[in-house]
Design a protein around this ligand. Structure first.
Ligand code: B16
Ligand code: MG
Length: 215
């Protein structure tokens, strides 16, 4: 029986990908690396350092670990300027309703995000108290598709992994759920998430009961 719901952040709760893109774009321009919105798709669900390494690959550039860390900090400071301006209205359609309904029905809710900025993002969205547990990039050592972030989410909810399902918009996240022995609800287009157990366009016009009937 499912008792816990584990949510990815970027692409499921809020579209922070556009701010990641603007920040990476500004940095890429400084480094004279061409970087498009299409390239940005490859960074979804991927850690900050790995994202930068993908951008360096695009530019055919190699940097030392120290330099990479320096640029990642610069990028994050640009990104945070956008995040500090994030508005509550930017919560994706249907998310508040879906979460409130699930809470009322007794489900436990956790965040499972790669972002080290998840805390400030949830606070900007007034969602901190909606989550019973918050697992983010500051708490885990391995990136999705490793299941660590979701296994820790189940643990912090006090639930077995078999009692949890994952909501994810990225392939690496769907794989992380499966690697942890959990089912994954894909948020987005079926062709982008062929492995998801169910795929829906978003959390609007749907309730947890509807999804449980389909699983
Ligand atoms: P930060 P998620 C991920 O969030 C983003 O999808 C990814 O693009 C980003 O690089 C990563 O967080 C790290 O974010 O730089 O804020 O630590 O989808 O796992 O919620
Ligand atoms: Mg995501």
């Amino acid at each position: 029986e499912i008792k816990g719901l584990l949510f990815d952040l970027d692409g499921v709760i809020v579209d922070t990908a556009k701010y990641h893109y603007l920040a990476w774009k500004e940095l890429a321009e400084k480094l004279k690396i061409p970087f498009t919105e299409k390239d940005n798709e490859r960074l979804k669900g991927v850690s900050r350092m790995r994202s930068f390494e993908i951008i360096l690959e695009i530019g055919g550039l190699e940097l030392s670990k120290e330099e990479k860390e320096k640029y990642c900090t610069i990028k994050n400071n640009i990104y945070l300027e956008y995040i500090y301006k994030l508005k509550q209205e930017e919560v994706l359609p249907g998310v508040n309703e879906f979460l409130n309904d699930a809470r009322k029905k007794g489900y436990k809710i956790a965040l499972g995000s790669a972002s080290k900025n998840a805390g400030v993002i949830l606070s900007r969205l007034m969602l901190t108290d909606t989550f019973d547990a918050i697992i983010d990039g500051t708490k885990v050592n391995t990136a999705k598709p490793d299941p660590e972030v979701f296994l820790l989410g189940a643990k912090e909810l006090g639930l077995k992994k078999e009692a949890c399902i994952v909501f994810e918009d990225a392939k690496a996240g769907v794989d992380a759920a499966h690697n942890g022995g959990m089912k994954a609800i894909g948020i987005g287009r079926k062709e982008n998430l062929p492995n998801a157990d169910i795929c829906i366009p978003g959390l609007f016009h749907i309730t947890i009961d509807d999804l449980m009937n389909q699983l």
